[in-house]
Design a protein around this ligand. Structure first.
Ligand SMILES: C[S@@+](CC[C@H](N)C(=O)[O-])C[C@H]1O[C@@H](n2cnc3c(N)ncnc32)[C@H](O)[C@@H]1O
Length: 226
């Protein structure tokens, strides 16, 4: 099966993400702390939203798309600025849960990267802003190119893209969580080469913002415009 990025995805990968995100200890604790699962709407605190999507006024745009949206915790924040929010994800549990949790906001849509890829493509050239939160660094490096090219196709001229990336992991052995398809440091690409790559795809105004990550690493945001 081919996803909206043009990447071959197996059923096994889809169910692996389903199990990982659905059984994640943090997810479970988070739902439990909110009361009964699926009755409370997850919303990121305002400061977290702005920290993780540091694009300022550029948020004011018609359509914002989040890549790897999880349970859509940024959907409502985005809709304070934009007319529509579209979250896409490979885990069917995320699409199902988000569609239910945010059912009262008709301007938020949650689409699956494989099963809804035609619907996603229908927005080609119409999206004003794209971002991923804790998404990009989970992907194997070979996926950077098709995902970034997909973002370029989806954006209209002047639209922005924000890529997050962790620096400073010192590891021995295989990537953390790699076996589960959730390596934390897959995209350990050098800043300079990432900036160069984005320019080669056709992005301009490429800039890097750095912030502190809770475990001592640095979190980079590489932000650019089509
Ligand atoms: C750590 S979660 C972050 C979720 C959300 N962005 C947030 O901040 O709460 C990473 C998400 O990326 C999704 N994901 C991983 N690989 C993906 C892929 N190849 N295509 C689409 N989504 C993917 C996972 O299913 C998961 O929901």
């Amino acid at each position: 099966m081919t996803d909206c990025f043009g990447i071959e995805v197996s059923e096994e990968e889809i169910s692996r993400w389903n199990v990982l995100i659905g059984n994640d200890e943090w997810t479970q604790r988070w739902f439990v702390s909110m009361g009964s699962p699926y009755e409370n709407v997850p919303v990121a605190p305002d400061e977290v939203f702005h920290l993780r999507i540091p694009v300022g006024d550029a948020l004011n745009t018609k359509i914002i798309m989040e890549v790897g949206c999880g349970f859509g915790v940024h959907a409502r924040n985005c809709l304070s600025y934009s007319d529509y929010y579209v979250g896409i994800d490979v885990a069917p549990i995320c699409i199902a849960a988000s569609s239910y949790l945010h059912r009262n906001i008709s301007k938020a849509k949650f689409w699956h990267t494989v099963y809804d890829s035609e619907m996603i493509s229908s927005l080609e050239g119409r999206v004003g802003g794209m971002f991923g939160v804790d998404f990009f660094y989970h992907q194997p490096f070979e996926r950077l190119s098709p995902i970034v090219r997909f973002c370029h196709r989806m954006l209209h001229d002047g639209g922005w893209l924000s890529i997050d990336q962790i620096h400073g992991f010192e590891r021995e052995g295989p990537p953390v969580g790699g076996m589960m398809g959730a390596a934390w440091d897959s995209f350990q690409e050098k800043r300079e080469s990432l900036v160069q790559f984005l320019s080669s795809v056709g992005f301009s105004d490429v800039r890097v913002e750095e912030s502190d990550f809770p475990w001592g690493q640095k979190l980079d945001f590489v932000i650019c415009r089509k």
